[in-house]
Design a binder for this molecule. Sequence first.
Ligand code: IVH
Length: 642
Amino acid sequence: MNAAGVDYSMKPYSGARGLWLGWLVIGLALGLGWVTQAATPTQAEREQLMELRREIARHDELYFRKAAPVITDAEYDRLKMRLRELAVKVDEGAGEAGVERVGDDRTGSLATYRHGEPMLSLAKAYSDEEVMAFAARVSAKLGADAAGEVRFRVEPKYDGLAVSLTYERGRLVRAVTRGDGVEGDDVTLNVKRLVHGWVEQLGAGGAESAALERIEVRGEIFMSLAEYARLSAARAAAGEEVPGHPRNVAAGALRAQVGEQNAAGEVRRLELVCYGWGAWVPATVRSKTLGEFRASLVRWGLPVPGVDRVVAGSAALGAAVVEVRKYGAAQGVPVDGVVIKVERVAEQEILGLGSGAPRWAVARKFTPERVATRLRGITWQVGRMGVLTPVAELEPVELAGTTVARASLHNAEELARRDLRPGDWVWVEKAGEIIPVIAGVDTAKRTGEVAPYAVPERCPACETVLVRREGGAALVCENRDCAAQVVRRLVHFAGPEALAISGLGPAAVEAAVGRGWLRSPADFYRAETAKWAELPGVGRRKAEKLRVAIEASRETARKDGARLLYGLGWPGLGRAAAKWLAAASGGLTELEGSDVDWWRRNTGLGEAASRELMAYLRRGDVAAELAELRAVGVGEAWVRAE
Ligand code: IVH
């Protein structure tokens, strides 16, 4: 009985058939160690099962296609656990409910490529008992005695994006995402551009490469927690949405079209780890054990898991899982469990494949720690482009080693969807081990005094009536003179990736904007030392240094037009596009006179983005600001890069 063959609208089972099925289900479930009890399912449970399937399908779509999940991984796992319970209870056996999501991550906008061998998923285990049941199944099937003949390999389960690297005669020809497991997106260019650790030519000699006509090396591309922290900080400073998980940013960056990646901070580096294979041509040269393959990867110069354990028999498995589990948090790598695999390929072949996943491996997932606390209130941050981001202000609470008092809520739509209300008790978790997120609301604890929250109608900084953009997801203040936006823009202009004016912090910028004499970049060059010295926390000496730094930034702008262009913070213009633009033109005046085709050719941006950018530059206030900047001697001309 499997999911595909069942009519879910059937009446509850009764009579002999129902009894027989019931026993079969209970026997199967007990045999697999998944449940200890199975009662007759109710109609309500059947309906719940259907509802759960629909809900999971929706989350799979958000996770894979959009790389923008709206629930935490732990929340998703809980849905899956519930699905498994219900599926066993209703009539289907655990079957696919126990298998990890095999979604479809194809974007539809990249070229696709068919894998030589399908890219499978892994079955999941949520408890030590389930791991033991897996080991017992494997041992029973292989006929190994209890003393433990079977060798198991234990590795971290990296939380990123599965990738398949095809090497032909030792040369990298293609990098493809998992896609639907059969065919995936070609991401070769982005892998070469962003990923650290891939090699163009497999090392260790021509003879080996010549014998290996083709191999698909399988692995994971992920973002280190350090890179994620850097990027999150840059986005928060620009008032842009802070990504909820390193994997989503990695997935977005890897599948972005050239020139599309323009968010603040941008992804600079992704990591690779290799742990498996697809096709080998000729098949005769294929590794006989995973350890042998690991040695080949090392010889070829490809990165392998940072830790692994190989144990004989199931008894030692528990300790190995405990040790490998520590790796992710200790090394700052996003890991969401451990993978346990049968070491010998001949044994893997005996065990074979289940539905969508091999029977010789299992992923042990750990549910992250969560704590309950109170939502004190919701505040709003206004970004450089006027987008408002809600922030949850929490009753401070200890979680996994730090005190958590705030959590980003991403956007207005998410806030409404989750119906969070000030005064609510909420569950807090850490995504990717560092970023606090609200995983859910404990509605049972909601009292009558907790009223629904209404999203603000006016900008908290300038009182302008807000508008909705991006299908309602984003709440935007369109007043470009809004003090909050002005501060963000100017901080960005002076920031380390733009004109790098040292000694100029956000507090000084905010104070100067508040006093009314700092409104646009040109004002930096017009303000005298005395003006800076008047600001709280600046003083004479610091003000003098600041003047020197501001003067020096003229030279930065002249030598490196890309920094100036990036610093001006035009919509959609990230560091990469700013570089192209600076190389293709000699200064601001020249830029302002160009047409759409020129923009498209020279920025790598698409037509719509180019038009938006041009329209922005032709706004009266923007054009006036640029004219002022040129008038103070910045941006008229820069050194054209070779
Ligand atoms: S082995 C047949 N080893 O987890 C699949 N997978 O949930 C063999 N993953 O598709 C995969 N770390 O994307 C394996 N050390 C590891 C892994 C790992 C992460 C991913 C991989 C896989 C997914 C399944």
